[in-house]
Design a protein around this ligand. Structure first.
Ligand code: SF4
Length: 403
């Protein structure tokens, strides 16, 4: 039966939920890799593996959602809570541009003291200073949070964010798009599976391209992982708006979930099998990223033989995965070395996966990054002055001094 399924995949036919489950559970890992690699080669015959130079900035860690798998958030009023000032964000963009960066991946907690106007003003200010710099910002749950906070429907929020400068929506907050799992992860309140998909549908209809993600390795079954992939495939059939898919494993360090249940981090083989089955199931998604941030550079490099055609982002800054204990770091030189050693040509790309050129360090002198930056240095408790211009919703925020 596995042989027949393998022939079906080789022939480029679509697999059903049951067939995908059989392959995922029973096919030898090497076979899954060969099938996924053949699809990757069919979709990307030029032998290029791309990457983007951008910066992953978390504008606030204050969050009311309290997902139990998250080690990053701080509750409202926590002395460790922060909101970045516009000036700090501009400095981060300057540093990103200095190393050849083209966009910010901007995500953060659901902070009740940041109204829609804060985001609009920030996006406008960024675009006024850096007109060609891209904003890949606000995952679907953040859009839903803004919709609830401002009592406006999701399409109106997306429209206003686009008018202010939003270029693309990252696929964060998807975890597993099955409500049984989301309830157990305490993330059904921030977005149900339908709500997450609904934001992406609206974004695609509004003309944005977005990414899709999956965080596996918590409480879900194999069937639920595949249901997640099938729901993404169905929306992609409908809109064609997903540029890429990224899977990563749950990072258990310092999380409420790992304290409550004994959950071991998924292994490298499980990651490679999950990536390969994603390449097979998501036959309508062109790009699959290697998640070396959670898996490390070596497994990240192996991903290129299991269906991935993109190495994601050069890491300048990381806060979320690091909070849960993982701190892998690669600058452009390292990423390119991994791609070329695996037998591919390394090319820089844009948010829309257009090739921008050869590695920037071969074109001009760029500073090497030896240390991974964080949003804020430990113990830095500055409150940005401009926050006084925005109406706060929390009791703590209302007590903030005004200018
Ligand atoms: S994962 Fe996001 S929404 Fe959930 S608690 Fe962490 S910061 Fe908040």
């Amino acid at each position: 039966m596995i042989d027949q399924l393998a022939d079906k995949v080789r022939a480029g036919e679509r697999v059903s939920a049951g067939e995908a489950l059989e392959l995922y559970r029973d096919a030898p890992t090497a076979l899954l890799g060969r099938l996924a690699d053949a699809i990757r080669a069919r979709k990307h015959p030029e032998g290029i593996v791309s990457y983007i130079i951008d910066r992953n900035v978390n504008y606030t860690n204050v969050c009311v959602a309290k997902c139990n798998f998250c080690a990053f958030y701080r509750p409202v009023g926590s002395p460790e809570g922060y909101v970045l000032g516009f000036d700090e964000l501009f400095r981060k963009i300057d540093e990103t541009i200095a190393v050849g960066g083209v966009q910010l991946l901007l995500q953060g907690g659901h902070n009740p003291d940041l109204p829609l106007s804060w985001y609009e003003d920030l996006f406008r200010a960024v675009k006024a200073r850096y007109p060609s710099f891209k904003l890949h910002a606000l995952s679907p749950p953040e859009v839903i949070h803004l919709s609830r906070l401002s009592q406006l429907p999701v399409p109106a929020i997306i429209e206003r964010l686009i008018a202010a400068g939003l270029d693309s929506i990252p696929g964060g907050g998807a975890e597993i798009l099955v409500d049984r799992v989301r309830t157990l992860l305490h993330c059904d309140g921030k977005a149900t599976a339908d709500e997450w998909l609904g934001v992406m549908r609206h974004a695609h209809h509004a003309g944005l391209r977005t990414t899709a993600t999956m965080m596996y390795g918590t409480v879900e079954t194999d069937e639920e992982r595949l249901e997640h992939l099938l729901r993404l495939r169905a929306l992609q059939d409908e809109t064609g708006g997903f540029t890429a898919f990224i899977a990563w494993s749950f990072q258990p360090g310092h999380t409420e979930l790992s304290a409550a249940r004994l959950i071991h981090e998924a292994t490298g083989v499980e990651y490679l099998r999950t990536l390969a089955i994603a390449r097979i199931v998501l036959d309508n998604v062109d790009n699959l990223q290697a998640s070396w941030v959670t898996q490390g550079g070596k497994v990240g490099q192996l991903s290129l033989a299991y269906g991935a055609n993109d190495m994601g982002s050069v890491m300048i800054e990381e806060n979320v995965v690091r909070a849960a204990g993982a701190s892998y770091c690669m600058d452009e030189v390292e990423i390119v070395r991994n791609i070329e050693d695996a037998g591919f040509a390394a090319k820089r790309r844009s948010m829309h996966y257009e090739i921008l050129g050869d590695p920037i360090f071969r074109e001009r002198e760029v500073p090497r990054m030896h240390e991974l930056a964080t949003a804020r240095a430990d113990g830095d408790t500055r409150v940005p002055v401009e926050l006084a211009n925005y109406p706060a919703r929390s009791r703590v925020g209302k007590k903030r001094p005004t200018v």
